[in-house]
Design a protein around this ligand. Structure first.
Ligand SMILES: [Zn+2]
Ligand SMILES: [Zn+2]
Length: 283
């Protein structure tokens, strides 16, 4: 069985406007995927009213792009409706920064019928999305300070946030190493990554192998093989897979390669969430 559990439709403001949910379902069918989960962005920190949060200029810009609660509600409504006729469709959400606005995160998750929740961190509290940061203008200690905060918040998410699978761990490396070609010594995060994995395992949550990096300059999945092996060695079994497609041609991208890599890393199962229940599918 093959499936793509992380995809964005036109209801994600940064996704291609051709990516209508019905077309995504058809594309998945044509590719031979058994299921496609639509997981549009829901960066809940942007749901905070402006007077409760002093957004610097860059956050106002992101708020315009990602901040609409309507977008995420429309995504969920549309997918729920289409699920009745498109049998390969599952309804998910990519919940961004859940601990930065926990009351809004809880509201989103209270919608009945959700199949799958990815917990992601796209920006540290009070900072722009890692996508926007001008790493070339920073010295390396400032970059490490960003990464320190990133892993600390992920650790708190692993301990306390409500989600099923941790999205694209090491996301900042897409930009720091991939786009800006700056090498960082990741061994300084070995201990906290280990603690993150232990907390997730203990709380019955999983991680995802996000294959978007395979088609980007980073050229590895998020997280890469070293972390996949570490997670497995600690007893981690719940692992979801997603292309993180933001346009139709990327649906299913890297799913076969990612699945093979998981086998090589010693995983025996891959996880599919339906109605927020984890199904372990034999690799
Ligand atoms: Zn993401
Ligand atoms: Zn995504």
């Amino acid at each position: 069985m093959l499936f793509d559990s992380h995809t964005h439709s036109l209801f994600s403001p940064d996704a291609d406007k051709m990516a209508a949910v019905e077309r995504m379902s058809l594309q998945a069918y044509n590719l031979g995927l058994d299921f496609i989960t639509v997981t549009d962005h829901c960066d809940v920190n942007f749901f905070l009213p402006a007077d409760e949060c002093e957004y610097p200029e860059y956050q106002l810009r992101d708020k315009d792009m990602f901040g609409s609660r309507d977008y995420s509600a429309k995504s969920i409504d549309t997918v729920m409706t289409l699920k009745r006729k498109c049998k390969n469709l599952l309804c998910g959400v990519e919940l961004g920064q859940p601990l930065q606005a926990p009351e809004f995160a809880a509201q989103v998750l209270s919608v009945p019928g959700l199949d799958f929740v990815i917990g992601s961190l796209h920006m540290n509290a009070g900072k722009p999305d890692f996508y926007w940061i001008e790493y070339d203008k920073m010295d390396i200690s400032e970059i490490y300070a960003l990464l320190d905060d990133y892993f600390s918040e992920i650790f708190r998410m692993a301990q306390t946030a409500d989600f099923d699978s941790l999205g694209h761990l090491t996301y900042p490396l897409r930009y720091i190493e991939g786009e800006h070609n700056i090498s960082v010594d990741m061994s300084r995060y070995d201990d906290i990554v280990r603690e993150i994995f232990c907390a997730l395992i203990q709380n019955g949550k999983g991680i995802e192998i996000n294959t978007s990096g395979l088609r980007q300059k980073y050229s590895k999945p998020f997280p890469d093989e070293k972390y996949l092996r570490l997670y497995r060695s600690l007893g981690g079994e719940i692992i979801t897979i997603g292309s993180d497609a933001h346009k139709l041609p990327d649906i299913g991208g890297g799913i076969k390669e990612g699945t093979e890599l998981l086998s090589e890393c010693g995983f025996r199962y891959i996880s599919l969430y339906r109605a927020r229940k984890c199904e372990m599918i034999k690799l």
